[in-house]
Design a protein around this ligand. Structure first.
Ligand code: UDX
Ligand code: UDX
Length: 470
């Protein structure tokens, strides 16, 4: 008989921890779920009465939080207390790419994970199941186990000491559809070596996920599957983006090519949308991780193969920016370029690794003036993203970049419009009104192939659509 879980704690109230725990609480009213975070502002936002102020924007998330919060879903900064009472602890803190030392720019920085492990070891007075939710390089569970069993209340080998079981339960939700993905996951993956601990977590998900959709594996397979899933998905985007450039040269249309190949059931229709480049907190980080792991085993060909997916993505962002410069008569200096979209995809306020940041940086190096409009991203975030690159000082970024909350204002007297995110609302704008307020000739660079090119050309725009030749 596996242990019945009545109290869960999750460390990390971010894009993964927040929505995942909210849905677990919604679907398991008999389980108390406490989400803790060291960031007080974030926790306060999760507790805000105004559901419009939740720190993560996801369609449908407000309803889930409204249903469960205060009933069996709690957000708190009292990390020790939550660890102490829980039988099962999820670790969902961030694992950014290292910016220093060995593996710089490639390996995952596991310092937050280690801190969590040490804290759990220090606080735990009874047996715990520790679940890795953060995406981690293969064999991190080993490090976790070692820290948990050698520090705090469980000295190695000590009779009656606290026992820890480590499970890997990677998250496959995509931002923008997180709630949908959590409600009806293609599969839930649980890796572990103790069948009882595995069953305890299976029982949690079995509240709403059919048994056939819950896969169990050993820990290493589970950890590696997460990196592999993201590498395969990103590879499809880089593959179609590679073809988008060839389409532009030959007069083909990448959207037609995608439709044609997507009807082959072996290939399938998803993840074949050409774009200005993939972004998000996972794709690049996870592939670089895979590359680093392969290299560390001396598998250089394997490493090169996957690294090319990231290199292709960098190329796609640069060539989009280059094309803007070339088309605007080889100079954008002092020219106003309106950015529609800053988030890395639609229906999220997340901007991590968004293509928009890199395209903007490239154009700013050419002294362009950029005006940004995104339906969900704040001015503060846009500046933070640019400052983080450290290409120019903060004052310069604020001088060259303006953030507005009205798309028509963004387009006013602009030389060009660049579409960086595929927000639905962009299609329904009054494009005649936009055209009338822009400088002539008025250019549109559609990096997501979302606008009606024919209609825009009829109005008088000069239109470039990613992947469409002629
Ligand atoms: C992160 C990783 O990026 C992803 O690889 C992993 O799969 C899940 O965790 P995300 O939830 O999007 O994804 O990250 P983020 O929104 O940055 O949230 C992490 C949270 O952990 C932050 O709110 C941070 O304050 C918190 N944290 C970090 C702690 O509470 N304690 C720590 O020691 C470190
Ligand atoms: C991804 C994985 O899909 C998810 O399973 C994992 O848990 C986390 O990483 P996410 O980063 O939220 O999710 O978004 P995703 O929908 O995968 O998109 C990633 C990027 O690829 C976005 O910038 C998106 O615009 C781009 N993309 C996606 C394309 O350019 N074309 C496509 O056809 C699909």
């Amino acid at each position: 008989m596996s242990k019945k879980i009545t109290k869960i704690c999750c460390i990390g109230a971010g894009y993964v921890g927040g929505p995942t725990m909210a849905v677990i609480a919604q679907k398991c009213p008999d389980v108390k779920v406490t989400v803790v975070d060291i960031n007080e502002k974030r926790i306060a936002a999760w507790n805000d009465e105004d559901l419009g102020k939740l720190p993560v924007y996801e369609p449908g998330l407000d309803k889930v939080v409204e249903e469960a919060r205060g009933r069996n879903l709690f957000f708190s900064t009292e990390v020790d207390k939550a660890i102490d009472e829980a039988e099962m602890i999820f670790i969902s803190v961030n694992t950014p790419t290292k910016t220093y030392g060995k593996g710089k720019g490639m390996a995952a920085d596991l310092k937050f994970i280690e801190l969590c492990a040490r804290q759990i070891a220090r606080v735990a007075k009874d047996d715990k199941i520790v679940v890795e939710k953060s995406t981690l390089p293969v064999r991190t569970a080993q490090a976790l186990k070692s820290i948990l069993h050698n520090t705090g209340n469980s000295p190695a080998g000590k009779e009656g000491g606290v026992q820890f079981d480590i499970l890997s339960n990677p998250e496959f939700l995509a931002e923008g559809t997180a709630v949908e993905d959590l409600h009806a996951p293609d599969r839930v993956l649980i890796g572990g070596d103790n069948p009882e601990a595995i069953q305890a977590l299976v029982d949690v998900y079995a509240h709403w996920v059919p048994a056939t959709n819950i896969l169990t594996t050993n820990v290493w397979s589970s950890e590696l599957s997460k990196l592999t899933a993201n590498a395969f998905l990103a590879q499809r985007v880089s593959s179609i983006n590679a073809l988008s450039e060839l389409c532009e040269k030959t007069g083909a249309d990448v959207n037609e090519v995608a439709r044609a190949i997507g009807t082959d059931s072996r290939i399938g229709p998803k993840f074949l949308k050409a774009s200005v480049g993939f972004g998000g907190s996972c794709f690049q980080k996870d592939i670089l991780n895979l590359v680093y792991i392969a290299k560390s085993y001396g598998l250089n060909e394997v490493a090169d193969y996957w690294e090319q997916v990231v290199l292709m993505n960098d190329h796609q962002k640069h060539r989009f920016a280059d094309n803007i410069i070339t088309t605007l008569y080889n100079t954008v200096s002092g020219k106003k370029i309106a950015f529609l979209g800053w988030a890395f995809k639609k229906d999220t306020n997340d901007t991590r690794e968004s293509a928009a940041i890199h395209v903007a940086d490239y154009l700013l190096n050419e002294q362009a003036e950029i005006v940004v409009y995104d339906p969900k991203v704040t001015e503060e975030q846009v500046y933070a993203d640019l400052d983080y690159l450290n290409t120019r000082d903060e004052k310069e970024n604020r001088k060259l970049v303006t953030v507005v909350n009205d798309p028509y204002k963004a387009a006013h007297e602009a030389h060009a419009i660049a579409v960086l995110t595929e927000w639905d609302e962009f299609r329904t704008y009054d494009w005649q009104r936009i055209y009338d307020s822009m400088l002539k000739p008025s250019f549109v660079f559609d990096g997501r192939a979302v606008l009606d090119r024919e209609e825009l050309e009829k109005i008088g725009f000069e239109v470039y659509t990613i992947g469409v030749g002629g």
